[in-house]
Design a protein around this ligand. Sequence first.
Ligand code: FEO
Length: 172
Amino acid sequence: MISKKLEHAINEQINAELFSSYLYLSMAAYFSSVSLPGFASWMKIQAEEELSHAMKFFDYINERGGKVTLKDIEASQWQWNTPLEVFEHVYSHEQKVTGLINNLVDTALQEKDHATNNFLQWYVAEQVEEEASADEIVNKIKLMGDQGNALFMLDQELGKRAPAQPASSDEE
Ligand code: FEO
């Protein structure tokens, strides 16, 4: 059975993952409003992926005999000025999430809960990818400078991202 302290910390993380989903959905809406459908599609898939991160925690709490409690989700920012500003925001947000995951690992270790530490390692690896993909897109946008053509090409490239896999507690 999971400790109350970890149950509380993971419930907080479910809220943070749902907020991430909300934030990226908001970014998708922004990209749709400025006629960048590929960027919008990428963000919608990212929002789905964040929902699957929340669900993985949700299933884990239940599996360990804990109780899921869902709190209010903070409202998201909905306006940005440029695609670069959006992806810099994604990058800094993911760095913040990495910090939250690291804190959860610290708590699991303090509680001597090795199963939860093991479970969290999936997220530790995922955060490396999340930061790398945001950083890569930031760099691509910076390289483009003011070339509208390059923005069009990047929009096409991002639009090819495949949909997220359905949420599953067995996902590894
Ligand atoms: Fe769920 Fe983007 O971290």
